[in-house]
Design a protein around this ligand. Structure first.
Ligand SMILES: Cc1ncc(C[n+]2csc(CCOP(=O)(O)OP(=O)(O)O)c2C)c(N)n1
Length: 674
């Protein structure tokens, strides 16, 4: 159990630790919002890790061989902001005073890309843990590929701090299970075992033996029974670093809001300011000047300041090593530089096959598999896998091997049936830098990883999601496996690009577009069933524009048929049928709303002709959102219920995805608009 304050003498260690506590208390109090308890309990571990163990350079938060630090318990953000400020990152005391304010560098939860030194966005519990697993995987992969004897240019650890909340989340279990299987020894988790969450003691809901659980996952377990004992924490971290076979979990028994006479060890300290009076009492109790706010003694700055010196030295030593490395291995160094800069070499796409209308019909997932392999041959940073559906998702890189404990250089990751962890791990791999990760599953199971997709979108990470089996055409597996609402629900995520190509050639263009995208995740939505190949001369740059005229009428159209994916083909059939009845139809293939929206209005109007109000959207999914393109006068052929189990062709027919139904709908629409 945590020692009492009588065992908390006025050493420089305690002064540093208590400064983290008082800064956290003061910032939360000033903002009148936030979480003081966890930072106060975690302060000794944070201090020991950042000043004695971690390899980092506050002057260059992007140094590639730095140790990574992930605060999965993102609500404890004040501990991270305090560390960043004290150890010399570009975060000031004023930034701490502006905690949680508009435009400040110190938002409520850590946000990647916003605050120097923040490695990932955390807050949704468990996500950070999966990110850390991804970072540790990236470290091992890059080390296996680039290190040479005596030149370990990739040689760092990933530290992740989790609370009870993280440990309760399923994503953490999934990711921990995979990390244990992979033997990620450079992953070290500090579990803030304070036994308090929002509703009270963990006794009411979380009584399992977490250590035993992690032991079963093949983790190395260490216990530190006194969360205030910086030396014991230091020793545990050193022991963890020395472990070479398994990731380490340090179960650290802490006390939430340590030092607060009336609130420590209570849920009241979790997510609300302690109150002015309690802050004063706590400072007095800790031996800090109770009248001073945001007080940082010079000795504390001096102690933390050593991080700058050691960071500078550490990085320059690394730079020297890299210099000799690049002299000795110029080809590897070039590959390294390309990987780190995300540089696409000329010709990266030359092996992408040409698909011809004379070819046999081919499912877009199958075309995607060929394209992925063609790109992988030229783009060594491409790495990924599937959540146990590689044979269906066509995600395997044939020219590489599996990423396993004894072959970290492999580019085929077996994520297992762990979609949620896969999402978070992909983000972690990308955040590490040097890799372009992808992950696949059935579209319907995108829901299992949605929280990870959301945070990746928030971080603008250019991840690649390969979602196959994209509609009710899945057939016999029935409604559990037939996506209906997924397209609409993915399109609604800000910054997420959804592309549903109509054929193999659009799929090739979709991959080109995806690889070139660096500003956010992309989902490729691919068919299980075979589809005819379109004329790529008709597509040209149409896919990159999100929508284009695939087949036009002679003269002004009476009606515009807008379709995505497999439904483009029945729209083409319907056009032919309509023309026999003297009706001029234009077929617009619209693989991506998000790409289409990026065009100037003039282009959009050229495609959708504002004065042609008779429009039909056809997509085997929820009709929600399509009114945006068909207008009030238009019709949507979609699906508002769940699907059904039967052969795919039958299901499509029963749900109205036939050229006959499109023709009938068009006739009705035109009749009504006369
Ligand atoms: C996925 C998710 N669910 C719920 C929350 C809301 N939430 C924030 S902190 C917290 C309790 C976490 O408890 P613990 O990890 O023990 O943190 P401590 O009480 O030690 O600060 C909850 C439920 C969240 N941030 N993320």
């Amino acid at each position: 159990m945590t020692k009492g304050l009588q065992d908390n003498p006025a050493t420089i260690d305690n002064l540093c630790v208590n400064t983290i506590r008082t800064l956290s208390m003061d910032a939360v109090q000033k903002a009148n919002s936030g979480h003081p308890g966890a930072p106060m309990g975690l302060a000794p571990a944070a201090y020991a890790l950042w000043t004695r163990i971690m390899k980092h350079n506050p002057e260059n938060p992007g140094w590639i061989d730095r140790d990574r630090f992930v605060l999965s318990a993102g609500h404890a953000s004040m501990v991270l902001y305090s560390l960043l400020y004290l150890s010399g990152y570009d975060v000031s005391l004023d930034d701490l005073k502006n905690f949680r304010q508009w435009g400040s560098k110190t938002p409520g939860h850590p946000e990647f890309g916003h605050t120097p030194g923040v490695e990932t966005t955390t807050g949704p519990l468990g996500q950070g843990f999966a990110n850390a697993v991804g970072m540790a995987m990236a470290e091992r992969h890059l080390a296996a590929r680039f290190n040479r004897p005596g030149h370990e240019i990739v040689d760092h650890y990933t530290y992740v701090v989790c609370g009870d909340g993280d440990m309760m989340e399923g994503i953490a279990s999934e990711a921990a299970s995979l990390a244990g299987h992979l033997g990620l020894a450079r992953l070290i988790c500090i579990y803030d075992d304070n036994k308090i969450t929002i509703e009270g003691s963990t006794d009411i809901t979380f009584t399992e033996d977490v250590a035993l659980r992690f032991k079963a996952y093949n983790w190395h377990i260490l216990n530190v029974d006194d969360g205030n004992d910086t030396d014991a924490i230091h020793t545990a971290l050193e022991t963890a670093k020395a472990e070479t076979e398994r990731p380490t979990l340090i179960v650290l028994r802490t006390c939430i809001a340590f030092g607060s006479p009336n609130k420590q060890n209570t849920a009241a300290a979790h997510g609300a300011p302690l109150g002015e009076a309690e802050v004063c009492l706590t400072k007095a109790n800790l031996g800090c000047p109770e009248g001073l706010k945001f007080c940082v003694p010079d000795e504390v700055l001096e102690t933390f300041g050593k991080c700058i010196e050691s960071g500078r030295k550490g990085e320059s030593k690394w730079q020297e090593m890299y210099k000799t490395y690049s002299g000795k291995y110029p080809d590897l160094a070039e590959e390294w530089a390309d990987a780190m800069n995300g540089y696409l070499k000329e010709g990266w796409d030359v092996e992408i096959p040409d698909f011809l209308p004379s070819d046999d019909p081919i499912a877009t997932r199958a075309a995607s598999g060929q394209i992925l392999n063609a790109i992988a041959n030229k783009l060594p940073t491409l790495i990924g896998g599937s959540a146990d559906l590689a044979p269906s998702n066509k995600t395997y890189i044939d020219s590489s091997i599996e990423f396993q404990k004894d072959s970290y250089d492999g580019r085929n990751i077996r994520f297992g049936v762990r979609e949620h962890a896969m999402g978070g791990i992909l983000s972690g791999m990308l955040l590490h830098n040097g890799l372009r990760p992808y992950g696949g599953t059935f579209l319907v199971f995108a829901d299992y990883m949605r929280p990870a997709i959301r945070v990746a979108s928030l971080m603008k990470l250019p991840l690649i999601f390969i979602f196959t089996h994209d509609s009710i055409a899945v057939g016999e597996d029935g409604p559990t496996h037939q996506p209906v609402e997924q397209l609409a629900s993915l399109r609604v995520i800000p910054g997420f690009t959804v592309i549903r190509p109509a054929d193999a050639s659009e799929t090739a263009e979709a991959w080109r577009e995806t690889i070139k995208t660096i500003s956010g995740p992309v989902a490729l939505i691919l068919s299980r069933q075979k589809l005819p190949v379109l004329d790529k001369n008709a597509i040209k740059d149409g896919l990159s524009k999100g929508a284009y005229i695939l087949s036009d009428s002679e003269g002004k159209p009476d009606i515009i048929l807008i379709a995505t994916g497999s439904e483009v083909h029945i729209a083409l059939e319907a056009k032919a049928g309509l023309s026999q009845q003297g009706i001029a139809a234009r077929v617009v293939s619209m693989p991506s709303w998000e790409l289409f929206e990026k065009n100037p209005q003039e282009y959009k109007d050229r495609i959708l002709l504002p004065d042609v109000t008779a429009r039909i959207a056809i997509e085997a999914g929820s009709p929600m959102g399509w009114k945006r393109y068909v207008g009030d006068g238009g019709a949507v052929i979609g699906i508002s219920t769940f699907g059904a189990s039967a052969p795919g062709g039958t299901v499509l027919e029963k749900f109205g995805f036939t050229s006959e139904n499109i023709i009938e709908t068009a006739m009705d629409l035109l009749k009504n608009s006369l």
